[in-house]
Write a protein that binds this ligand. Structure first.
Ligand code: GRF
Length: 216
């Protein structure tokens, strides 16, 4: 079977990227990572890609200040050049435009460190702690034109403890991010996800419970 080609967009440290790379190398995710693109020249994500022999592209956003579509056209070109099928946003700190979304319909995923629709946007762990929720978690969703609003594919739940700081909560959530992102990509790559309005259905529904049991 032809391997699905992934492109990852990341702006920072790239721990989710690393989890995807590791899962591919361990055979847990059947895909080929054909390019990692960052808007930040110094992003550690690019370094991680290079270490694993994956093409790493710095697409600087300087000069594109009021030209978000033009910048996204550049991304589309880079992604298409490497025949990317699925685009994963992994800590990519830019809002993408319809131009990019339309180039990969239902093929762009994002990971967010809360149980959406709670706490979209930035400073998510602080928002969760300030609000006093007892559980938080992470969400992998399709990307639409809003901020963290697209149809939800998988979520994982973690407890919020009384003595949690932003860092300790982030760390607990991040462990789950590293599991569910690859799982979501695998399901999409296998053609098992069906989008019906806001709902994402698993085509092999019978196995749902089993597939979605996560170890803490
Ligand atoms: C993660 O918490 C992710 O959920 C959010 O940005 C962070 C990226 O972290 N979208 P990393 O660069 O993957 O380590």
């Amino acid at each position: 079977m032809k391997k699905i080609k992934l492109g990852v967009l990341a702006s920072g440290r790239g721990s989710n990227l690393q989890a995807i790379i590791d899962n591919i190398e361990k055979g847990l995710l059947s895909a080929e990572l054909t390019v990692v693109i960052s808007d930040q020249a110094g992003a550690f994500a690019l370094e991680r890609a290079r270490k694993h022999g994956i093409p790493a592209v710095h697409a600087g956003a300087k000069g594109f200040k009021d030209k978000r579509e033009e910048y996204d056209a550049l991304l589309v070109k880079e992604l298409q050049k490497r025949s990317v099928d699925i685009v994963c946003l992994a800590g990519f700190m830019r809002i993408i435009t319809p131009l990019l979304i339309k180039a990969f319909p239902d093929r762009i995923l994002n990971i967010h460190p809360s149980l959406l629709p709670a706490f979209p946007g930035l400073h998510v762990q602080k928002k969760a702690l300030d609000y006093g929720v007892k559980f938080s978690g992470c969400t992998v969703h399709f990307v639409d034109e809003g901020m963290d609003t697209g149809p939800i594919i998988i979520q994982a739940v973690v407890p919020v403890l009384d003595n949690d700081s932003e860092d300790s909560l982030s760390e607990r959530i991040l462990k789950q991010e590293h599991k569910i992102y690859s799982r979501a990509v695998q399901l999409l790559a296998e053609g098992k996800l069906k989008v019906e309005g806001r709902r994402v259905l698993l085509s092999d529904e019978g196995k749902r419970g089993e597939d979605f049991l996560l170890n803490p």
